[in-house]
Design a protein around this ligand. Sequence first.
Ligand code: ADP
Length: 261
Amino acid sequence: NLGLKVEIKTNDEFKQLANAFNVMSTKLSQVDKQRKDFVANVSHELRTPLSSIKLLSESLLHQEKVDALVYKEFLQDIDSEIDRLNNIIDDLLILVDLDKEKLTLDFKTTYINFLLEKIIARLKPLAENKKISLDYIEREKIQIKVDANKIQQAVINIIHNAIKYTPEGGRVEVKLYTERDYVVIRVKDNGIGIPKESLPQIFDRFYRVDKARSRSTGGTGLGLSIAYQIVSLHQGTIDVESELGKGSTFYIKIPIDLNLA
Ligand code: ADP
C-alpha cells in the first residue's frame, strides 16, 4: 500500500480528480504487490534446486567411502538440478526481455504454415520418445506479419506442453486455419487435461496444476505466461478448453491485419 489518498468534497471536478487518483493509487499498489510476489516466487524457485544440489553434494562429501555407482547417481541428480536452474533462468531472461517498456518486435511477413512445419519437425523426436503421434492435420498456406522468432517460441511452448502432459501412446494434433480476421493455430491433445478450477490461473507466472509433475518434466511454470505475453504483443489471444482425463485444446489467435501503428 502506497498510502496515497486524496479526498476533496467541495467540487464535483475535484471529486472526479480524487477518484481518478485513488484508482491509480490502487493500481500502483497492485503492481507493487505483483512485483514483490514475483521476486518472492523467483527466489523460492531458484532456492529449491539449489537446496537439492547442496544436500546431494554434502552427503557425498561427508561419506568416507562412496561406491562409484552411487557417486554417479548423485552427480546425475546434481546435473539435472543444474539443468533446472538453467531452464528457469532462460525463461526469466525471456520474460525480462518481453517486459521491456521499449520492446521492438521484428515484424516480417511470414508463411505461418512453413513456420509450423519447422516447429513440428523440431518437436517430433520429443514426441517419438513418448510414442506420441504429433500430426499437422491441415496446412492452409497463410501469410501474416509476425515476429517469427517470438511466435515460434510461443507455439513451441504450447506444443511442448501438449507432449509433456500427454501419456505415452497419445496424440497431439496441430491445425492451422483462418477464422474471420484471425489466424488460428489449434493445438489439441488427448492428455491428462486441466481441472476447471485451475483454468483461470494457468497463464500466471509460476502456476502449475501439479508442481511435482511439472518439475519431473523439466517445467518452470513460466512457459504459458511467456506464450500469452508474446501473443498479446501481436494483439492476439490464447483460449483453452480442457477436460480432466480427456485432454486439452489451446487456440492461439493472431490478427491477420495487425494494426502496427
Ligand atoms: P510448466 O513449465 O509447468 O509446463 P506452463 O506455464 O507451461 O508451465 O504451464 C502451466 C501449467 O498448466 C502446467 O504446469 C500444467 O499443469 C498445465 N498445462 C499446460 N499445458 C497443459 C496441457 N496441454 N495439458 C495439461 N496440463 C497443461
